[in-house]
Ligand binder design. Structure first.
Ligand code: NAD
Ligand code: DAU
Length: 380
């Protein structure tokens, strides 16, 4: 298959392209505008592989998309390009509507026109796989059952609303025009190459630099964490084996409060990168003479935890019921949270050059916008 992947220079998209190149014989046409969140370096060795082609194209540009379809003639589309950070959507929602809603509609139309001109066999085999989020379902109370594919949509943030709108457009293109679509709704991903505006990489890097670890509210919100390579494997399976028109929920079977996540990061860093501070103590000996002794004290990374004002409209809990993808396609997460988090932390320790290159002036501006005015409410 030749697969047109949008957003393939982002966190999940690059993991998917690496998976396609390393684990399959498919080709990948990588369409990405390279916003602040996109970085071709995240593709690793897949970047220069003969089965990978990169097209720097914005999905808001319909003509450019038509050209890509005409030139590359893909067998399938996997659509991941999006504005993806909830806090940025609160600070500036417009680009979320432009990329996530209008961009998706452009891509659907470009795909539909191309698909409608294929021969009958190729039309039947074609797939448009839309990669979406569990945030379209809103949030859960502590005792509510996990989200299923039948849970009604109730998005809370501008980001979640824009993703919900894009899901509706994709279903409408199936029902109205017969485009063979697939939708997946996934929970929180973590792993290597995640842009350090998201919880886990932000906390790892702040902790390493001895900066405050800004936990929103009381850190009691719950997320269902999935290692990114497990997600890439699920996406490939859905594309190859999923039923057209169907939705599949993907999750990590791993609910954790934010405090549990941040504490786990601190504990692993205490082990891998212990911080000690030298202290001089002055005491008196038996003759009343002053004695100076130097001691080394271990400082725990968790002492950096700092509670800051909450995210507006903050969803309390997400949890995915993955019964459908597990029963119908035989998928289940393979990575445990402890092993996945260790791998992730080691990756950030070993890849400081990647980190330095993505933390540009734009990144520093965002950190100032989001955290500058918050200020700490309290510490542990
Ligand atoms: P990301 O922000 O890391 O990457 C997004 C990519 O899209 C970047 O490479 C960026 O350059 C590209 N992009 C943005 N606007 C574009 C445009 N107008 N035209 C072309 N390319 C554009 O995002 P991610 O975390 O990898 O998420 C990928 C997808 O998966 C998104 O659709 C997101 O909604 C969904 N998702 C993410 C998670 C998660 O936990 N990160 C969970 C479930 C679903
Ligand atoms: O559930 C899937 C979604 O997961 C994806 O659709 C989004 O693209 C992805 O960004 C993610 O959204 P979240 O808002 O859950 O992820 P984030 O990493 O921003 O925050 C995770 C939790 O941590 C959330 O409850 C907010 C909290 N948080 C986040 C940051 C950045 C903090 O307490 N402090 C922070 O500094």
């Amino acid at each position: 298959m030749k697969i047109l992947v949008t957003g393939g220079a982002g966190f999940i998209g690059s993991a998917l392209v690496r998976h396609i190149i390393e684990k399959t014989s498919h080709q990948a046409v990588n369409v990405d505008a390279l916003t602040y969140a996109g970085n071709p370096e995240s593709l690793g060795q897949a970047r220069d592989h003969p089965r990978h082609v990169f097209e720097q194209v914005d999905i808001r540009d319909r003509q450019a998309l038509d050209r890509v379809f005409r030139e590359h003639r893909p067998d399938a589309v996997m659509h991941l390009a999006a504005e993806s950070h909830v806090d940025r959507s609160i600070a500036g929602p417009s680009v979320f509507v432009q990329t996530n809603v209008t961009g998706t509609q452009n891509l659907l139309e470009a795909a539909r026109v191309y698909w409608s001109e294929l021969d009958a066999h190729a039309r039947r085999a074609f797939r448009f796989h839309h990669v979406s989020t569990d945030e379209v379902f809103g949030d859960l109370g502590p005792e509510d059952p996990a989200f299923t594919e039948k849970t009604p949509y109730a998005p809370s943030s501008p980001y979640a609303a824009s993703k919900a709108a894009s899901d509706h457009l994709v279903r409408a293109w199936h029902r109205t025009y017969g485009l063979p679509i697939l939708i997946t709704n996934c929970s929180n991903n973590y792993g290597p190459y995640q842009f350090p505006e998201k919880l886990i990489p932000l906390m790892i890097l702040n902790a390493l630099e001895g900066k405050p670890l800004p936990v929103y509210g009381r850190g009691e919100n719950v997320r269902d964490w999935l290692y990114v390579e497990d997600h890439a494997r699920a996406l490939r399976l859905v594309l190859e084996k999923g039923l057209p028109g169907r939705t599949y929920n993907i999750g990590g079977r791993c609910e954790k409060t934010n405090m549990e996540v941040v504490t786990a990061i601190c504990d692993i860093l205490d082990e891998l990168r212990p911080v000690t501070s030298d202290e001089s103590q002055v005491t008196k000996d038996g003759d009343g003479l002053q004695v100076t002794s130097d001691t080394s004290r271990v400082t725990r990374h968790s002492s950096l935890i700092s509670f800051v004002p909450d995210r507006p409209g903050h969803d309390r809990r997400y949890a995915i019921d993955d019964a459908r993808i597990s029963r119908e396609l035989g998928w289940r997460p393979q990575e445990s949270f402890d092993s996945g988090l260790r791998k992730t932390i080691k990756w950030y320790l070993d890849n400081t050059e990647w980190v330095d290159r993505v933390r540009t002036g734009e990144y520093r501006e965002w950190i100032e916008t989001n955290y500058g005015q918050r200020g700490a409410v309290s510490t542990l």
